[in-house]
Design a binder for this molecule. Structure first.
Ligand code: SF4
Length: 405
């Protein structure tokens, strides 16, 4: 079979994110904004969404779409079609990657057919674990067999790409259980695997348990879970391209890559985030309030709103770029963000120090974290310096040239 062409995007890519804020129950680890499904809630959501895309259109075509949540898969067939009408009223590129998250417990073949008909070509299935004991630890509602059935239904419809989401680091989980989860996952042969370390976000049921001392935190164990995935999945045909993401050749998620590269995306729906034309903003995490201000054509109030300079954007591109296996090329970032290379001098010095500690390496002008550095990625991110806004032309030292490639 010829290798699939890798479409990893470029810096003119534009993503569309739609947040469907409904879940039947709340998982113990969940910190996403979601509401229980109701007729009133769906009316508020769809009416608001129609107004929001009309009021905030993009100025060029979308290269990716991602429908997340919440649980978009709980939408009924007629609601999926309505969502499709909203998406397809916008200018999408012909080869756009269009993803939708689905939960195993909510999906039927009729819904999958409707999802395919509206142009979704990539499904992300929230399996989390194939271990029924861990499943109940996570407060998930589906039976393990449902995940396998859902995967088979998805394959039967013939979506272009299928991702499985797995979580590790659940309370009491052993390394052996984690390896078994990965074995079960690759038996299904998805095109992409996202492996997330369970995090204890405030206001979640798991956080409360942890705060009461019922769940011990063990960072060494967490590191060994990461290392297990980094070793196991590439040996089975899934190339790692980001700390938590693995894909068969040609199946890296273009939507996420666009976000990590600090390009632009527009988010629609309550709590959705956008980064567009130098502004990063987050919609209100309140369905009723978000919808009312759109329907009544009021001035929009955001939960968060930040004007970003190109220095801040470029620094964030370094921060997220370091999480990618391809690494960061400071010369390319300088060009993409129209900044002089000298603006990156503090970052280049930072890289040199990381290199001395064995936390990053430079290959063909690209700097990436070593496995040891990836384990410490959060600490590295905290220490990443600001870019220099003093734009003086200084002579580069040989050491800095090495960091710039
Ligand atoms: S299905 Fe997803 S969004 Fe809904 S409660 Fe569970 S983790 Fe949160």
């Amino acid at each position: 079979m010829p290798e699939r062409e890798e479409k990893t995007g470029n810096n003119s890519d534009l993503g569309m994110y739609l947040h469907v804020p409904f879940c039947s129950t709340t998982c113990d680890f969940c910190a996403f904004y979601q509401e229980r499904p109701s007729k009133k809630g769906f009316d508020l959501f769809f009416n608001g969404l129609e107004k929001e895309v009309e009021r905030f259109p993009a100025n060029h075509s979308f290269s990716t779409v991602f429908i997340g949540g919440g649980t978009p898969g709980l939408l009924k067939v007629d609601q999926i079609k309505r969502l499709g009408d909203i998406i397809n009223s916008q200018d999408l590129q012909e080869d756009a990657e269009c993803s939708m998250e689905v939960a195993p417990s909510e999906i039927t073949s009729k819904k999958l057919e409707a999802i395919s008909e509206i142009g979704i070509n990539r499904i992300s299935l929230g399996v989390q674990t194939f271990d029924s004991g861990l499943m109940s630890e996570l407060g998930r509602m589906h039976e393990v067999s449902k995940a396998v059935d859902a995967f088979q239904m998805i394959r039967e419809i013939g979506f272009r790409s299928v991702n499985l989401d797995l979580i590790f680091g659940a309370p009491g989980q052993t390394l052996e259980q984690w390896e078994n989860d990965m074995i079960r996952a690759i038996e299904l042969q998805p095109d992409h695997l996202s492996t997330y370390c369970l995090t204890f976000e405030e206001d979640t049921a798991l956080y409360v348990k942890m705060a009461k001392g019922k769940i011990p935190l063990d960072s060494e164990k967490e590191a060994s879970f990461y290392e297990k995935a980094w070793d196991f999945l590439p040996r089975h045909g899934y190339k790692q391209y980001e700390i938590s993401n693995f894909a068969k050749p040609g199946f890296a998620c273009r939507h996420n890559l666009n976000t990590w590269r600090m390009n632009e995306w527009l988010g629609y729906g309550p709590s959705a985030c956008s980064q567009y034309q130098g502004v990063r903003r987050k919609n209100l995490s309140n369905l009723e309030h978000w919808s009312t201000q759109l329907n009544d054509n009021l001035e929009i109030e955001y939960q968060e709103y930040q004007n970003l300079s190109k220095f801040e954007l470029a620094r964030d591109a370094v921060l997220f770029g370091l999480r990618l296996n391809e690494g960061v090329d400071l010369k390319i970032l300088a060009k993409n963000f129209s900044l002089p290379l000298t603006a990156f001098d503090p970052v280049a010095s930072f890289f040199l120090n990381l290199g001395k500690e064995g936390l990053c390496e430079s290959k063909k002008g690209k700097v990436s974290l070593t496995p040891k550095g990836r384990i410490l990625a959060d600490a590295v991110a905290k220490d990443l310096p600001e870019l220099s806004s003093v734009l003086i032309r200084e002579k580069s030292t040989p050491e800095k040239q090495q960091a710039f490639g």
